[in-house]
Design a protein around this ligand. Structure first.
Ligand SMILES: [Zn+2]
Length: 92
């Protein structure tokens, strides 16, 4: 749930996430393909290597968002959900 003046919205730079397209993924995919993403950009929950934990990444894979924050903020930020099949992970 979002609270008034939700502390998670104090995140530096969260404004650039407005109107982004988001891909669903999971903790294992992030750990393997984008290990530089270690926590949710909003609540700072740590990414764990787990296939049953859903995460969301913008198309530029610049951050990751946990399932709870995704659902809390998707309307406020105007996110469009993609199908997750076309994620272009950075070269490692
Ligand atoms: Zn979160």
């Amino acid at each position: 749930m979002i609270e008034k003046n939700d502390w998670r919205l104090a995140v530096n730079g969260a404004a650039y996430l407005k109107n982004k397209y988001m891909n669903p993924t999971d903790g294992e995919e992030i750990v393997i393909n984008a290990p530089y993403l270690d926590s949710c950009v909003f609540c700072l929950e740590k990414v764990k290597n787990a296939i049953h934990r859903r995460w969301f990444v913008p198309e530029d894979i610049s951050c990751c968002i946990c399932e709870e924050c995704y659902h809390d903020f998707r309307e406020m930020f105007g996110w469009e959900l993609l199908d997750g099949w076309d994620i272009v992970w950075p070269e490692t």
